[in-house]
Design a protein around this ligand. Structure first.
Ligand code: CA
Length: 398
């Protein structure tokens, strides 16, 4: 491996100390400017996919980073040289500087009029529909985008955002995101399939590129953007990886405290023990395991104490890129079932917060398989009881 030149810029995630804990009371821009000895300007989420991570495409310092600290997590992403990184690390107002890294879509692909997919029935969504169909609940599909022309998705689709470099649209060039979106909210329209919450709103949040991978920093920026959207919000994250930056954990905590329900695929690293990946592993994120149509845990489903609940993730029928339907397997497919059930539960408990909805999802489950919590968590989600209007929720305590 050739040694990388000293002035080569690398993507990093900088976490600052809280402003009230800083020795100088400087703001992030001032701290960064002092470390790199140049003027910097932070980009907004509108510019993010076009410019912010343009590593090697010019040295314009005005494009150096994206400030995600409009809320509680004091961090930002930037492209910096090793000298600049060293200076920042020595700054007493900086908590840490971490390398940005990769996360992946968690699927394993495998094709089939309106059919109710087995998994939708399995989580008892049709039984819950008389009380709630998730009307207008905002579900953010953090994934490869969503096919905006799909006849079964178009009615529920709302404007999203891309955080992927050089993919400025939220169109799905991979297929994974379109499949996950259909499981949450394919329309009740006598064509194709129907999702768990057929009147929930779907927001494509592109954090995975056409090849199915993405940078952690893209997800951090996406969560920050989601926090701007008011009203009941579910972030459905059918993605993951190992060794996530702690900055992602900080942002998940901030989003959760802001009222976003965070749902993530546990991972496809099973059946070995302690194989739950990030972001599912964080306490503020629901880690979702996958079961088959007989409610038996899938061999690939990651195991560990972080597993919270399970849902169908084997041979799941949903919408595919290009307008059709087809099956896919993975904890990626289990995750949107839970996001859909969350939308149903929220739809019938509209005054509830994310912690109350999480309590509903954890409490109203069906015990399945051998009930081993490391494989199944509390059990397989049950939309019918979770969305029952008399089942008033207290808050979920971590
Ligand atoms: Ca349909």
């Amino acid at each position: 491996m050739p040694k990388s030149p000293k002035n080569e810029r690398k993507p990093v995630i900088v976490t600052f100390k809280r402003k009230d804990k800083r020795s100088t009371k400087s703001d992030k821009q001032e701290i960064l400017q002092s470390a790199i000895n140049a003027d910097v300007n932070f980009l907004t989420s509108n510019d993010f996919s076009k410019q912010a991570r343009a590593v090697g495409s010019g040295e314009d310092l005005s494009m150096i980073g994206y400030d995600v600290n409009r809320y509680k997590a004091p961090l930002l992403m930037a492209n910096l040289t090793s000298d600049e990184i060293d200076k920042l690390k020595k700054n007493s107002d900086v908590a840490k500087v971490e390398a940005d890294g990769k996360m992946y879509a968690l699927d394993g692909p495998s094709a089939l009029a309106q059919t109710t997919p087995i998994g939708v029935t399995q989580v008892k969504a049709p039984a819950a529909w008389p009380s709630s169909q998730g009307e207008g609940i905002k579900v953010f599909i953090c994934d490869t985008g969503i096919d905006s022309d799909h006849p079964d998705l178009v009615s529920n689709l709302r404007d999203g955002k891309s955080f992927v470099t050089n993919e400025s649209t939220t169109e799905d060039f991979h297929g994974h995101g379109t499949h996950c979106a259909g499981t949450v909210a394919a329309a009740m329209n006598n064509t194709a399939v129907v999702g768990v919450a057929p009147y929930a709103y779907l927001y494509p949040v592109k954090v995975l590129a056409a090849n199915g991978s993405g940078n952690w920093s893209w997800l951090i920026a996406a969560l920050d953007w989601i926090m701007d959207k008011k009203g009941a919000r579910v972030a459905s994250m059918s993605l993951g990886g190992g060794g996530a930056p702690t900055a992602l954990g900080d942002m998940c905590e901030a989003a959760y405290d802001d009222g976003v329900l965070l749902v993530a695929a546990a991972g496809n690293q099973g059946p070995g023990p302690n194989t739950v990946g990030f972001p599912a592993k964080y306490p503020h994120v629901m880690a979702i395991a996958a079961v088959d149509s007989s409610d038996i845990v899938a061999g690939f489903s990651s195991r560990g104490p972080e597993v919270e609940v399970c849902a169908p993730g084997v041979q799941v029928l949903s919408t595919t890129r290009g307008g059709g339907t087809g099956t896919m397997s993975g904890t990626s497919m289990a995750c949107p079932h839970v996001s859909g059930v969350a939308a149903l539960a929220w739809g019938s408990h509209r005054g509830s917060n994310n912690k109350q909805v999480r309590w509903l999802l954890n409490t109203f489950v069906d015990k399945v398989g051998d009930q081993d919590p490391l494989k199944y968590g509390k059990g397989r989600v049950d939309a019918n009881t979770a969305a029952f209007y008399l089942n008033n929720p207290p808050e979920f305590v971590i």
